[in-house]
Write a protein that binds this ligand. Structure first.
Ligand SMILES: Cc1cc2nc3c(=O)[nH]c(=O)nc-3n(C[C@H](O)[C@H](O)[C@H](O)COP(=O)(O)O)c2cc1C
Length: 215
């Protein structure tokens, strides 16, 4: 409610004394207090479906989750990795279960991770502590239905990331229905994301370590 002091969120690192009951914060302070954590939205999209979905999600997320949002195409992310504690992915399959343009290097990275962790099952998960949510786009006419999103989830979870909510599988066989499925997935993911965002985010040095191990 405008004008009323709000309690600190769990993600606010400032001391509690800063938020005495009854004192009011300026609007700028309120924004800083509430939007301290940044989530990462990654997309890979050949024809724009996943990108549009990612942008729609990213537009709504600050208000729904009280977070800042960084949205990046998957291969651009890989050029200069900057993991955040919560990562939401929108990606399609292309070719024969492959990745769309702009996400092919990321898929190669995932394939390497799967090989590494299959060969060395005792290897520590370098993405332990990260939460991922996935909305995959595909077409059930293909035998390799949803293969790229599934492979990405497999790789990131093998590397220690924890899956949040259900993996979305939207089907372009019926394009109108696919749009509804995307909307539905977005609607059902706010709650599970809010729950994981209530925990403290990973420390910057831990995230830096992950960035260095992402190659
Ligand atoms: C040439 C071509 C290859 C495709 N290959 C697959 C595939 O292997 N598996 C799948 O599930 N969907 C496949 N699809 C369907 C797309 O993943 C689907 O249309 C999706 O909604 C596209 O999303 P995007 O616009 O974000 O790329 C293919 C589509 C085309 C046109």
């Amino acid at each position: 409610m405008p004008g009323l002091a709000k309690p600190p969120s769990k993600r606010d690192n400032r001391p509690l004394s800063h938020f005495q009951p009854g004192t009011s914060m300026t609007e700028e302070e309120t924004t800083m207090a509430e939007k301290e954590e940044e989530i990462l939205v990654l997309f890979g999209s050949q024809r724009g479906t996943s990108e549009d979905a990612a942008r729609a999600f990213a537009k709504e997320a600050p208000q729904r989750l009280n977070v800042k949002v960084k949205i990046v195409e998957m291969d651009d992310f890989l050029e200069s990795p900057s993991w955040r504690t919560v990562v939401v992915i929108f990606v399609s399959s292309f070719g024969t279960g492959g990745a769309p343009m702009g996400a092919q290097a990321f898929r190669k990275f995932c394939d390497r991770v799967i090989t590494d962790y299959t060969d060395n099952q005792d290897k520590d998960g370098f993405l332990k502590g990260i939460y991922i949510a996935m909305c995959g786009q595909g077409d059930s006419k293909y035998q390799t239905y949803q293969e790229n999103p599934k492979t990405i989830v497999k790789a990131l979870t093998m590397a220690g990331a924890e899956l949040v909510g259900d993996v979305g599988a939207t089907d372009a066989e019926n394009r109108m229905k696919q749009q509804e499925e995307i909307r539905q997935w977005i609607e059902t993911i706010w709650d599970p994301l809010s729950k994981v965002l209530a925990d403290a985010p990973l420390a910057e040095d831990r995230l830096q370590e992950m960035n260095m191990n992402t190659k």
